[in-house]
Ligand binder design. Structure first.
Ligand code: GRF
Length: 194
């Protein structure tokens, strides 16, 4: 299957997906990386890997719908079957989400449904949470609300700062994202019909 990755920044989850997909028995190929920021370091990384890249800036489109139509056109030009959001820092509109429903997944740095949205590590520490982690989930119109495909848990340790905790979680993100994508492609999980 043909998978595209949407990023806004560093692209370490993108890289984990690219590396997993290199394995001959992995059921997917990463065919393109699309960013909403031309300066995203992950774009360069993808280029170095010989993967097609594109960037779309909201400032160049009169509306979100027009930007997202262009994103879909780019994804279609890559003959994309599945779309992975990996640090893609924009909320997607309903049309885009519907277009890719069941084939659009995201990784979020918390144990959903806890800590939807931003600054998850800061909030987990501030709450005195004992446990934290990450989740891969289907994207549905509500932010960070779609059904969860995979989770990984890590302990929150007494001396943790948000950065230390983020690094512990990120290591798990890189493990579960390729596994969750594989499960989706192999039909082991599916988005329930609504
Ligand atoms: C990750 O923590 C991801 O869960 C969150 O944003 C971060 C992106 O990191 N949504 P990277 O760009 O994959 O390195």
């Amino acid at each position: 299957k043909r998978v595209a990755v949407l990023i806004s920044g560093r692209g370490s989850n993108m890289k984990a997906l690219i590396e997993a997909a290199r394995s001959p028995d992995y059921p997917a190929e990463i065919v393109g990386v699309l960013s909403n920021r031309a300066a995203a370091p992950g774009l360069q990384l993808a280029e170095q890997e010989g993967i097609a890249t594109a960037s779309v800036a909201q400032s160049r489109f009169p509306s979100r719908d027009m930007l997202e139509d262009t994103m879909t056109q780019i994804l279609e030009s890559w003959e994309t079957d599945y779309v992975c959001l990996a640090g893609f820092m924009r909320i997607l509109g309903e049309d885009f989400v519907e277009r890719w429903a069941g084939r659009l997944i995201n990784i979020h740095p918390s144990l959903l449904p806890a800590y939807k949205g931003l600054d998850t590590h800061d909030r987990a520490i501030a709450d005195g949470a004992k446990e934290h982690g990450c989740s891969v989930h289907f994207v549905t119109p509500g932010l960070d609300e779609g059904p969860v495909i995979a989770k990984a848990r890590v302990p929150v340790l007494p001396d943790d700062t948000p950065d230390i905790l983020a690094a512990r979680v990120l290591e798990q993100e890189h493990l579960i994202y390729p596994l969750a994508l594989r499960d989706l492609i192999e039909g082991k999980v599916a988005l329930p019909e609504r």
